[in-house]
Structure formats: C-alpha cells, structure tokens
Design a protein around this ligand. Structure first.
Ligand code: CMP
Length: 145
C-alpha cells in the first residue's frame, strides 16, 4: 500500500459547501479548522457538476432529499480538503456539529455558519473508510502531501 494511504485513520475529508462559499465564509471556516489543530494535507477550490455531486452522495440516492442535495451541491464553488489530526474523523464531526444546524452545539461550524439541514455549510466524513473514499474522489496522489 502507498505510504500516504496508510495514514488515513488520522485523516478526514471535508468540503465547504456552496452556501458557505457563496456567503464568503470559507476563510473563517478554514481558520477555525486550523485553530482546532487540524493540518491541511490537500486543499482545492472546485465545483461539482450535478453528475459528480450525485456520484459523491450516491449512498443517499434512495432518500427523499437526494435531488435537492444534488442540485444544491452543484450550485456553485466548493472548497475540498483533507485534514490530518489524531482521531480526525470523530474530532472533526465534533467541530462541525450536528447535521441539522438547529441541533448543533454552540461554537460549532454549523451553528455559526449554516442556515438549514439541507444547506449546512460543511461536510465531514463519518468513518475512516469514507474519509479514504471521499479523499480519493477529489484528490490524486500528486495533489496531497
Ligand atoms: P452531509 O453530512 O454532507 O451528508 C449528507 C447531506 O444530506 C447532509 O450533510 C445534509 O446536507 C443533507 N441532508 C441530510 N438530511 C437531510 C434532509 N432531511 N433534508 C435535506 N437534506 C438533508
């Protein structure tokens, strides 16, 4: 296995979503992530076609909100990143807060920057395996350190 891939248990994947990007929150969100002790090992600004957004969220294909999610995620630019820290997946999910910003703890990224369950500012992988899959979806080996 490639050495970089071995370290994925200390890594997670994140995406600043089109709502947060359009509101100009990307810099403040990245600042919070870095201040919480995460290191960037890959970073890019890009946008998703509807096809690519649908592929990324294929696991939710049968859910009633799938079409809305794909439409939203392909609406404008996003920032994708791979983050490194001990216990990265769990610690990052604590930092971003609950999926529904109304239920997110105060001080979390979603509480501060998200407006609704559908448009919730930021994504964080929910397992080491998904962190690996989602990182590989966005980044080649040449694009990560
Ligand atoms: P995320 O953590 O990126 O993973 C799946 C996304 O689907 C989630 O954030 C929300 O943006 C969205 N989502 C989850 N549940 C709902 C819902 N009930 N209605 C609309 N969107 C949802």
């Amino acid at each position: 296995m490639h050495a970089k891939r071995k370290q994925m248990s200390n890594r997670t994947f994140t995406m600043i979503k089109p709502d947060a990007f359009a509101n100009g929150y990307s810099g403040a969100i990245l600042d919070m992530i870095l201040k919480a002790g995460f290191r960037l090992t890959a970073l890019k600004m890009t946008s998703l076609s509807a096809g690519k957004a649908g592929e990324f969220y294929a696991i939710h294909r049968a859910r009633p909100f799938y079409n809305e999610l794909v439409e939203f995620m392909s609406r404008g630019p996003i920032v994708a990143a791979i983050l490194e820290k001990e216990n990265a997946v769990a610690d990052f999910r604590k930092l971003i807060g609950a999926t529904d910003p109304a239920k997110a703890d105060s001080g979390t990224i979603r509480k501060l920057f998200a407006a609704s369950l559908g448009e919730n500012a930021i994504h964080g992988s929910d397992s080491d395996e998904n962190a690996r899959t989602e990182s590989d979806f966005f980044f080649s080996n040449l694009e990560r350190i």
